[in-house]
Design a protein around this ligand. Sequence first.
Ligand code: 5GP
Length: 192
Amino acid sequence: MAGMLLIISGPSGAGKTTIARRIEQAFDDASFSVSVTTRPKTPKDRDGVDYRFVSEDEFQRMIDAGDLLEWAQVFDHRYGTPRGPVEQALRDGRIMILEIDVRGARIVKQKVPDAFGVFILPPSRDALLQRLRDRKREDEEIIQRRFREAQREIADAQEGGVYDVFIVNDDLEKAVTLTQAVVEAERRRRLR
Ligand code: 5GP
């Protein structure tokens, strides 16, 4: 099978994590890239599964050692993609899913030009704001900040050069089915 680096991005609250995990389950040979981050662990996070939580020093050590394929500062913390597992997956012809932000995606596209980019869009601005509120993870000031960030990220993504498809998540099952179909089609195209 043809290896494939699959980038999935989208503003927080657009449902990209759920979609990325469903794609991981849908393909036998897909794995989810576990990012390293300096952000504090929340009760919902599974260490080593959702993220690997590291100190600022450890993060810097990984940058200096060249262990990260890309990294970015998102909100107040740093997030990065460990290089080793990505390279191994591509050598093995597997799918590696990177759920990363737009700036990180731009760097990955420069390094791995045939990475395939999917951007998940919320159905509307109002729906995005509502979803950020429904997560009940943050207070209103932070929600507003994430909302402004989300709008900036959508505008950046639409500038072009990184994402091959934009998928509107107004119905989760439809968005998953569509993303899966697009990935399957791209994989078949690469095998020809
Ligand atoms: P959260 O803290 O809500 O889990 O993630 C915040 C943002 O960081 C999301 O947009 C997510 O896609 C992004 N992110 C997570 N891991 C990485 C990474 O390894 N690299 C980059 N560039 N962004 C990441």
